[in-house]
Design a protein around this ligand. Structure first.
Ligand code: UTP
Length: 290
């Protein structure tokens, strides 16, 4: 079955990037000239997804404004001969049909995804974590949707991680499938203790799930950090029906961490059509004197 819907959980408190995220949602932090959430919506749209639900929270309505039209601004740009920029702004509101729901209480990623139940209905759906931006030629969620459509099983997007990093994410027991970068998942553990580490791969920011996950989430007790963890529900799904993993090709940036934000800005800035050359030259000069 084709994946047509996506859910973007963006209701987290963003405590790792305070004070930047106090009044500005971390999903709205710019990577050069575009907010993080726009890269995520563009990735979904490039993968053929038509309907998107963003899970928000108090203080995050600025995301709704970003994906809405801005008639006064458009008029001003047209009047000053900036047609191309005006068209670029209009295109943001045409990326997909975007709706919003509030999580109300920050009880974890699993709790946030559960809020999407009536939006999703009886279809498979993509989940793009609101603070994981994936940039590259091949949209990551498109690769995962392809695997869902092929295998008919839930799919997680994975990347290799170090032993130091994995304890903050999750660990997976995997065996390779016949295609390159595709695996069968046997088990997953959220925030593993060092002695629980399986393969050095983690789920990073993307998955495609069957609607069955909602019944499982209903029964999933709070896990690591006292939150309802999506990984715990996916582990139940995995034990019941099996799941697949795809090591997606594009580069993932953790916009929920200070280092991730810097990496995203520097790497995107270096490739930026308008300022990339000058910025790269500046970095080279700076590196000489550092
Ligand atoms: P994180 O745990 O990275 O987000 O959740 P956080 O809670 O904002 O981070 P810190 O630890 O306080 O800095 C991963 C994704 O799940 C969303 C977040 O917005 C992020 O995109 N999330 C998390 C929710 O939507 N609701 C929640 O209750 C928790």
């Amino acid at each position: 079955m084709k994946v047509r819907k996506a859910v973007i959980p963006a209701a987290g408190l963003g405590t790792r990037v305070l004070p930047a995220s106090k009044a500005c949602p971390k999903e709205m932090l710019p990577i050069v000239d575009k907010p993080a959430i726009q890269y995520i919506v563009e990735e979904a749209a490039r993968s053929g997804i038509e309907d998107i639900l963003i899970i928000t929270n108090r203080g995050k309505t600025v995301m709704e404004d970003h994906f809405d039209r801005s008639p006064e601004l458009e008029e001003r740009l047209m009047a000053s001969g900036k047609e191309a920029l005006c068209e670029e702004l209009k295109a943001i509101s045409n990326l997909a049909n975007i709706t919003y729901i509030r999580q109300n209480e920050t009880k974890g990623l699993g709790h946030a995804v559960y809020k999407a139940r009536s939006f999703v209905g009886d279809e498979p759906f993509a989940v793009l974590y609101g603070d994981d931006v994936v940039i590259g030629e091949i949209p990551a969620i498109g690769e995962l949707c392809g695997a869902y459509e092929k295998y008919g099983l839930g799919v997680v997007g994975i990347k290799p991680v170090t032993r130091e990093q994995i304890v903050k994410y999750c660990t997976l027991d995997l065996t390779p499938a016949e295609e390159e970068r595709v695996y069968k998942v046997h088990k997953m553990i959220e925030k593993p203790k060092p002695e629980e580490i399986l393969a050095l791969y983690s789920i990073l920011g993307r998955c495609v799930l069957p609607p069955e996950i909602f019944g499982i989430l209903e029964q999933t007790p709070p896990g690591a950090g006292g939150e309802i963890q999506l990984t715990d529900a996916m582990q139940t799904l995995c034990a019941r029906r099996g799941m697949m993993a795809v090591e997606y090709q594009s580069t993932r940036y953790d916009m929920g961490s200070k280092l991730g934000i810097l990496q995203a800005i520097v790497e995107t800035g270096m490739k930026h059509p308008e300022v990339g050359g000058e910025f790269t030259a500046y970095l080279k000069e700076l590196a000489k004197s550092w």
